[in-house]
Design a protein. Sequence first.
Length: 82
Amino acid sequence: MALPANSTLGIDVDLLEGNAMLVQAVHETGMLSEWNQRNPSLAVQKHDRIVKVNGIEGNADLMAKKCREDSDLQLTISRSRP
């Protein structure tokens, strides 16, 4: 997914796990909201975990930094289980 200038992913995450970014909320605006609208069967949801960002995994702080700094993002997301 390519992030246009001045755009955001539009999510709140928790980094406390240390090895993944736990999705706390997906906002109505932002790139992931747009992704969810185009891909409802693969929609990112609250409690999903972002486990890899542009090849970085196992370090939530570094993954969050990549999300802030890189304009082209490849995310690997693990679906939460009820």
